[in-house]
Design a protein around this ligand. Structure first.
Ligand SMILES: Nc1ncnc2c1ncn2[C@@H]1O[C@H](COP(=O)(O)OP(=O)(O)OP(=O)(O)O)[C@@H](O)[C@H]1O
Length: 361
């Protein structure tokens, strides 16, 4: 992680130069990590912000590795209820529950010989974390309602945009499972940390969209591209794709896209969010606060309509609700910890060694 002080501009280096070298290293490091991981069969945890391309990176890993001839199966945990997750991952036998009218092959079995990616693994309920751990450790899968364990030969990958170690500390994610999943960690940098890729991503997205709509692709004026390069992209590549889709759908096919057509990007960002976004860009690190701020803002703009807010930030409804709940719980935990520390201090009298400034006053 970079420790460059981005605000210091009196050292002879422009902030743009600092940002550019950091950018280059983020991109190069990602590529290196991916290629190194593809050379082994180890379980890989992809970390990075929402929409940054973690699932895509997992697919690239599969394509580079020895299992590329086998299936690539992805399960998006954020779009499934807990009971469906179990069935989807492990399968079930007929009669296992009321709706189980026939046997179902789970994702582990479907990925036999290939790669299975668990998207948003932080959303896996605790009771299923136990079952996943057993599956990974013993390399066998037990469909719901069956006693028979079936051997599996699958490379497992998981993605998350949460801080799993923090979830382990707060008891929401099993530590033993965390270590099983994070054998190799590949961090996918946020889009704002790799502006060099922007022109290629834009061209690709615009051309794909034009081919789908059977129209001539629009091109971007240099000013429009500059506008995109200046945006913090809290929703990363997914947000970029949505923005281009919108502009291409609204404007006449073939006419160059002007910078002003992207005004809507910043209209959504208000006061506090802008500040967080700017800090996130300046420090070059991802910010969970940024995502929560975006969610809260989207909810406000959509007058509390959760489905509409989820669509606006590119999350499923369940994933949005889960992230909000988690942020609220974390906030509450922090308040509780502060209160406990204060109580302990009051009880033990003024203790000069307890000087944790994180308490706030
Ligand atoms: N390098 C890339 N080139 C082209 N498209 C990309 C690239 N990276 C990501 N995308 C596109 O951006 C979208 C989001 O990517 P992806 O689903 O892999 O992100 P993610 O980090 O897994 O998201 P989430 O956190 O929501 O699970 C997809 O439509 C994907 O095809």
């Amino acid at each position: 992680m970079s420790s460059a002080a981005p605000d210091r501009r009196d050292d002879g280096h422009s902030s743009a130069a600092v940002a550019s070298s950091r950018t280059h290293s983020a991109q190069a490091e990602f590529q290196q990590q991916l290629e190194r991981a593809a050379g082994s069969d180890a379980t890989v945890l992809f970390t990075g912000e929402s929409g940054s391309g973690k699932t895509r990176a997992a697919a690239a890993l599969h394509g580079l590795g020895a299992r590329r001839g086998g299936p690539f199966v992805g399960v998006h945990l954020g779009s499934l209820t807990p009971s469906l997750i179990e069935s989807e991952l492990f399968g079930h036998v007929r009669g296992a529950f009321t709706d189980a009218v026939r046997d179902r092959t789970g994702a582990f079995r479907r990925a036999q010989g290939g790669t299975l990616v668990l998207d948003d693994v932080d959303l896996l309920p605790l009771e299923l974390q136990v079952k996943l751990l057993r599956t990974v450790q013993e390399r066998v899968v037990e469909p719901v309602g069956s006693e028979a364990a079936e051997p599996i030969d699958v490379r497992l990958c998981a993605t998350t945009n949460a801080d799993l170690r923090q979830l382990v500390r707060s008891g929401r994610f099993r530590e033993d499972l965390y270590f099983r999943l994070a054998v190799v960690v590949v961090h996918v940098p946020p889009l704002r940390a790799r502006p060099d890729e922007l022109p290629e991503l834009v061209t690709g997205a615009v051309q794909r969209r034009a081919a789908r709509a059977k129209v001539a692709p629009r091109t971007l004026t240099p000013a429009a591209l500059e506008r995109l390069a200046a945006h913090p992209w809290p929703g990363n590549v997914r947000e970029l794709e949505n923005a281009l889709e919108r502009v291409c759908a609204l404007g006449p096919a073939g006419r160059p896209i002007e910078a002003s057509e992207f005004d809507f990007l910043t209209e959504g960002l208000v006061g506090e969010e802008r500040r967080i976004a700017r800090e996130a860009i300046a420090s070059g690190v991802s910010s969970a606060d940024l995502e929560v701020a975006m969610i809260e803002e989207a909810l406000e703009q959509q007058r509390g309509n959760v489905s509409a807010a989820a669509r606006a930030v590119g999350l499923t409804r369940r994933a949005l609700e889960y992230r909000l709940e988690r942020a609220q719980k974390e906030e509450q935990d922090q308040v509780d910890r502060s209160a406990a520390r204060r109580a302990a201090r009051d009880e033990g009298g003024a203790d000069a060694s307890d000087s944790n400034p994180a308490d706030g006053a």
